[in-house]
Design a protein around this ligand. Structure first.
Ligand code: FPP
Length: 395
């Protein structure tokens, strides 16, 4: 039986990675090292609806490719697979469904600047447990109510033409540190949510995606996730990304490992050492911010413009650390199960009042402001005694 070594990464199966853009990018790159596997034929890319696809086919007589790691067979996948090309941003087609907003949402929306709707809103959904506790209910019921909020908020997002919304639904730390019973409940809730809401997603033209170490989730959950992403994959409106078994530090570790693995593979292909490869172009050309952004799970999305956290906690909790370098942060005391579309619009209204400076001076800073600045030398002289330790000032 032919074997294809796909590097050091374990992919449970192709099916399991189809919906995970970052892993898929890696898979594509690894599989494109097909010179080591003459039976694998790359049929190239083509455009299908809003997706760029790529087909890899095994030559006849090779029904399966086997993925091995350290000599151990881990998985097999079918001989013909169509893959989404992962580096292109999904097509976004704005719609005119503002009339579907609820009356109070519509009134608030009319106060917004439609040109300044964020491209990407990321939400840390927090407070399910407290919501339940306040009502003397079990924590599970808080999560259940939280799942209702997800759908309300996503539908409002789609009506206002928000291209990307990313929800932190289940962190790596939740997976490791919460009681097994709660983790199991969340997995069950996720499956029920997907099964119960795909039709509504399609009615709202919402496409579903996921980020995180998806292949560590139970296989039946992965299957449902893949089904939901495929069932909504042709939609062209809002992309809803659920962060599941997600941790930002591990995402960065995964990205670094993949960049390194790719470089080693390229060196191997060219028959030189990694050191030689890096010397040819210089390490700066091989590793900069774009390479890291491009290796993250979120490679195909813009960075979030706005991060919302519910329940009043003032922390980021290992969520999209790289991507939110210049995001605006909005924290509300409202608990997630009480959060609705109107509250998303309130957060966007607050966001629109902010001046984003990205480390610069901002749009309101004029040449006149510049003129009024004192020359640096004068300022330096004036403040030298403040900045220099007293014993160093020449007398
Ligand atoms: C934080 O509340 C929330 C979570 C750990 C899970 C988020 C899950 C949902 C919103 C529901 C399921 C989602 C989908 C997409 C079906 P917490 O338990 O930490 O609340 P607490 O801080 O008040 O205890």
């Amino acid at each position: 039986m032919d074997e294809l070594i796909v590097g050091r990464h374990f992919f449970k199966s192709f099916r399991a990675t189809l919906f995970d853009y970052a892993e898929l990018t890696r898979k594509l790159r690894t599989l494109s090292l097909k010179s080591s596997c003459p039976c694998l034929k790359d049929e190239g890319c083509w455009q299908k609806r809003n997706e760029r696809r790529r087909s890899l086919t095994l030559a006849s007589g090779h029904p399966n490719v086997y993925c091995t790691r350290q000599g151990r067979m881990l998985a097999s996948y079918p001989c013909e697979v169509a893959l989404r090309e992962t580096t292109t941003r999904p097509v976004f087609e704005p719609c005119s469904r503002l009339h579907e907003l609820m009356a109070e949402e519509g009134a608030l929306y009319r106060q917004l600047d439609p040109q300044k709707i964020p491209q990407h809103v990321a939400i840390i959904m927090d407070g399910n447990g407290r919501w339940a506790g306040k009502r003397s209910l079990k924590r599970f019921l808080g999560h259940q109510q939280g799942a209702e909020s997800v759908q309300f908020v996503v539908e409002t997002a789609s009506r206002i033409n928000l291209p990307f919304i990313t929800l932190y639904a289940f962190s790596l730390e939740n997976n490791l540190r919460r009681p097994k019973s709660e983790v199991n409940f969340l997995m069950k809730l996720l499956r029920n949510y997907l099964v119960g809401n795909v039709k509504r997603m399609n009615d709202n033209n919402v496409r579903m995606e996921y980020i995180g170490r998806i292949c560590e989730l139970p296989s039946e959950v992965q299957d449902t996730m893949q089904w939901a992403s495929e069932a909504t994959g042709r939609n062209t409106g809002t992309t809803l990304t659920l962060a599941l078994n997600y941790g930002s530090r591990s995402e960065i570790v995964d990205a670094a490992r993949n960049i390194l693995t790719d470089l080693i593979a390229e060196a191997h292909q060219r028959g030189c050492s990694l050191e030689d490869l890096l010397q040819v172009d210089g390490i700066e050309a091989r590793l900069d911010e774009h390479h890291i952004s491009g290796a993250l799970y979120t490679a195909h999305m813009p960075d979030p413009d706005l991060v919302i956290r519910t329940s009043g906690e003032q922390r980021i909790s290992n969520f999209l650390l790289w991507q939110i370098a210049y995001s605006e942060i909005f924290i509300t005391d409202r608990l997630w199960p009480d959060f609705r579309g109107i509250h998303l619009l309130e957060a966007i209204q607050n966001y629109q009042k902010r001046e984003r400076r990205f480390g610069g001076l901002g749009e309101t800073f004029t040449d006149e402001d510049l003129d009024s600045l004192e020359p640096a030398a004068d300022v330096a002289e004036e403040i030298v005694s403040e900045l220099t330790p007293k014993q160093l000032i020449p007398r």
